[in-house]
Design a protein around this ligand. Sequence first.
Ligand code: PBG
Ligand code: ZN
Length: 323
Amino acid sequence: MMLIRSRRLRATQALRDLVAETDLRPRHFIQPYFVQAAEGVSPIGSLPGIARTGIEATCDQVEADLKKGLRSVLLFGVPEGKDPDAHGAHDPEGIVPKAVTELKKRFGQDLVVMTDVCLCAYTDHGHCGLVKDGVVVNDESAALLAEMALVHARAGADLVAPSDMMDGRVAAMRVRMDEEGFQNTGILSYAIKHAGAYYGPFRDAADSSPKFGDRRTYQMDPRNAREGLRDALLDLEEGADVLMVKPALPNLDLVYRLRDACHAPIFAYHVSSEFSSVKAASERGWVDGDALMLQHLLAIRRAGADAIVTYAGREALQKGWVD
Ligand code: PBG
Ligand code: ZN
């Protein structure tokens, strides 16, 4: 005799929904935006359905997203000029502060505005920090990143999101923003961010590939888990409000372990290659792209992520993948 029959609770959709452990809601999504200086919409070939947008076009898209319940955005700047010292990164007239100002003017508290803080789109060499004698230097980079964060805070960002992976950048930002009276601007730290092959389509979109070498002297070694947990807890001590893990699916172990290791909110970044691989395979007819994407997102939530940065956010709402 079989007393326990698990299939009883799988018999109908209503029963399955009744006992479902994980949900996806509009509030779980953060939509990335690539803001460019030129007005209009420039589709990104390697990120199907995603475009670089001028400030007006960005605001219009955000307005449409908001109507669907998508209330959080992460902004990346695609600046026109680059130089060795990333001057554009902390220019108060730069594309990101301008976009933040406009978004806050139009949508105020209805929208959560997060800004990526990193130098790679602003340096001509494409590294995330300043380069001296061929080496990405740490402390000077962290100081400059703190200025960049301050400029975003002044423009009205709710959360600044350092993705550069310099040591001590969270503390540097916290101190600098506090000095200038921005105690209430939060820090979403890319706390665990692995180096590797997952960011290709993004670098096309943001024009941010390193022109020499790679990012392995600052981003984490994908072979390591404890290294990430240690650094993530250090970010909390430095004043991070939210911790992010990236890429998401290769690091679900770390999302899960971090969930247990601290009590801060944890976000995961479903990065460009995770998204684009599904799209490419789907275009070939090899996979059911919608079903596969939804399963990615559910797995990330199930591992313990409170919110997900994903290029599929808008699509998820439009296609009704949410509860
Ligand atoms: C900038 C940055 C990158 C991503 C987010 N911020 C690229 C990189 O580190 O090279 C990747 C996001 C994605 O692949 O979607 N430092
Ligand atoms: Zn970078």
